[in-house]
Design a protein around this ligand. Structure first.
Ligand code: NAP
Length: 286
């Protein structure tokens, strides 16, 4: 079997075109969705991420603001900026790029963001909303994975999904989203003694670890759907995922590549969440 690729760039283009169309419709009603991206310090990877996020907003004609601060910014000053953005009616989404410098308590900053503008979905209120099935913002990366599964018309009901990784921003919310779609979910992590025993049972595997070749062909049931969230570098310095793409492609039915898979979908879902936040703000006005 040679797996079909789920193309994150192509799916992103489709969804971003819809975001642009919906944004134009909101603008016609006098409201421009706005995202504020806050970067503290000069982490090179973070600089690339925020640039891509702002560019994606511009391409979809959303209003965006990039606030850049020195790594020496105090926690109190950052909290004050977040509070100002919470009260800014032109801003519907606030994203504070992680990681923050060590002297700033990242969780405290995330909790300072209004849950109504928490388009990254990291606030404890957003996590609670996802867990209880209430309206809130879903974290962008697992949300993007769900869109990729939806795009191939795959019905998760009764399927066995294995998530490798249990972080608050990918693994755990991913598991909850799969559960919400009626999959039976197993979460594996670094203390799981026999990963292969679990993955071999899986109809759907999401790898979110951050280590190359965590998932190889011998660990995958024929016909499984494989999503690769990982972002690593190989010996040549090229971007690669957690999955041995060439090997697993021979066994799986669908697979996401790295690059060009989950990565672009993460930014796309940030736009989707910002648009949704603006729509909620508009309906709250009426
Ligand atoms: P993280 O916080 O470091 O979590 C990694 C998880 O993997 C942990 O739960 C860890 O278990 C588990 N793990 C480590 N070694 C393992 C092993 N050998 N077998 C099974 N599980 C193992 O990372 P993250 O933030 O979730 O990100 C995961 C990966 O996704 C990274 O490569 C990151 O760069 C990438 N990522 C990509 C996007 C995107 O847009 N494409 C977005 C976010 C993250 P313990 O909990 O037991 O330590």
């Amino acid at each position: 079997m040679t797996a079909q690729r789920i193309d994150g760039n192509a799916l992103s283009q489709q969804i971003r075109a819809q975001v642009a169309a919906d944004t134009a419709a909101l603008k016609a009603q006098g409201l421009t969705p706005g995202l504020a991206v806050v970067l503290v310090g000069d982490n090179p990877a973070s600089q690339v991420y925020v640039r891509n996020k702002v560019k994606a907003c511009q391409d979809a004609e959303l209003h965006s603001v990039l606030e850049k601060y020195e790594a020496t910014m105090s926690e109190a000053d950052l909290l004050a900026r977040v509070e100002a953005l919470n009260n800014d009616p032109q801003i519907h989404g606030i994203l504070v790029q992680l990681p923050l410098p060590a002297h700033i308590d990242a969780q405290k900053v995330i909790e300072a963001i209004s849950p109504a503008k928490d388009v990254d979905g990291f606030h404890i209120a957003s996590a609670g909303a996802l867990m209880t099935g209430m309206p809130g913002f879903w974290p962008c990366t697992p949300y993007g994975c769900m869109k990729m599964i939806e795009s191939i018309g795959y019905d998760l009901r009764g399927k066995h999904a294995v998530v490798i990784g249990r972080s608050n921003i990918v693994g755990k919310p991913m598991a909850l989203m799969l559960l919400q779609q009626n999959a039976t979910v197993t979460i594996c992590h670094s203390a799981t003694p026999d990963l292969k025993a679990h993955t071999l049972q899986a109809d759907v595997i999401v790898a979110a670890v951050g280590k190359r070749n965590v998932l190889t062909a011998d660990m995958v049931k024929p016909g499984a759907v494989v999503l690769d969230v990982g972002m690593n570098r190989n010996e040549e310095g090229k971007l690669c995922g957690d999955v041995d793409f060439d090997g697993v492609s021979q066994v799986a039915s669908f697979i996401t590549p790295v690059p060009g898979g989950v990565g672009p979908m993460t930014i796309t879902m940030l736009l989707v969440n910002t648009l949704e936040s603006a729509k909620r703000a508009l309906s709250a006005e009426h």
